[in-house]
Design a protein around this ligand. Structure first.
Ligand SMILES: Nc1ncnc2c1ncn2[C@@H]1O[C@H](COP(=O)(O)OP(=O)(O)O)[C@@H](O)[C@H]1O
Ligand SMILES: [Mg+2]
Length: 298
């Protein structure tokens, strides 16, 4: 079988992860207990995860015209990502994310990221149109996200949203989406209520199906991910393994969910697969997934 393909519309960044026992106070310093420097940003993380799962990803993102951009794109190609739709923007620094990760699994991010515009999406039209799935990160400007969603829908592709849409574009975007996934904070924005009341979240998620998506996956504040679709739902609890860093857990989740749906798996199977991919990512520092060892049951 030819491998499925996916276009990922989102961030690409140099990801610098520094682990500390304790975050220093203002005016103080801390020695890092660990360090990772790697290809990162949500778009790249999702694309890496897809490639590791055997889906061929193309990344639609912005890089600068600097040496860091060259290094990251070389890495992306080694990871099996088609980078031909990555824009090299002139006089721009490639994105950077500095993550300071404490021993209690809390993190602080400082980011400087160039963003996609509608012209970048238009230039990638063919790549997006040809992919079996289109993954859209809602941290990008709404006009860019909408443009990509319209292309995906027009071409009859699986349109997957990660995050909570801005109010102004909410109705149109939800109408274009097949799948919407939100972490617990995003779920509050998406559903308009606190994520800590599972019954209300469940009702609101079922209600949201009327806006267009066929599958909605939301993380609950108390842990676990709830998946709802017309006539069904499943609550998948989190694993018991120690959590080092939840960064990238959602990216691996979205990638695995997409992978399973493209392979025709049922919603409950896809839900469990997404949860396993996220569990396999939160056990290490930094957002880069490592899913190559994940074994499919079926
Ligand atoms: N022990 C765990 N097992 C499985 N998933 C987990 C575990 N701990 C956290 N998660 C999941 O990690 C995800 C983190 O999502 P998110 O905050 O969107 O991450 P990011 O945007 O950095 O990729 C959530 O869906 C949460 O349910
Ligand atoms: Mg996320």
């Amino acid at each position: 079988m030819t491998p499925p393909t996916a276009a990922v519309v989102g961030q690409l960044a140099r990801d610098l992860v520094l682990t500390v026992d304790r975050v220093p106070d203002a005016g103080a310093s801390a020695s890092a207990t660990g360090r990772r420097e790697q290809l990162g940003g949500k778009g790249a993380n999702q694309a890496v995860a897809l490639a590791q799962l055997g889906v061929r990803p193309t990344l639609v993102a912005v890089a600068g015209d600097d040496v860091i951009g060259d290094v990251l794109l070389d890495q992306a190609r080694r990871d099996g990502i088609d980078t031909s739709a990555v824009v090299r923007r002139r006089d721009t620094l490639t994105g950077v994310i500095v993550e300071v990760l404490a021993a209690d699994a809390t993190y602080r991010y400082v980011e400087d990221l160039p963003l996609l515009g509608p012209a970048d999406i238009a230039a990638a039209d063919g790549r997006i149109r040809r992919a079996d799935a289109v993954l859209l990160q809602l941290q990008q400007p709404p006009e860019a996200v909408l443009a990509a969603a319209r292309i995906g829908r027009d071409a009859g592709r699986l349109v997957v949203l990660d995050g909570a849409p801005a109010d102004a574009d909410r109705d149109e975007l939800l109408g274009l989406a097949d799948v919407v996934r939100a972490d617990d904070k995003e779920a509050e924005l998406l559903l308009g209520l606190p994520a800590d009341d599972p019954d209300r979240v469940r009702d609101a998620a079922h209600d949201l199906l009327k806006a267009g998506p066929k599958l909605i996956a939301v993380a609950l504040a108390e842990g676990g991910n709830l998946f709802v679709w017309a006539g069904g739902e499943i609550l998948v609890p989190l694993g018991d393994d120690p959590v080092i860093d939840t960064t990238g857990g959602g990216d691996a989740f979205v990638a695995a969910l997409t992978d399973a749906l493209l392979r025709g798996r049922s919603y409950p199977d896809a839900a469990r697969w997404a949860n396993r991919a996220s569990a396999a990512t939160v056990g290490h520092a930094g957002g880069r997934p490592d899913l190559t060892g994940l074994v499919r049951h079926v």
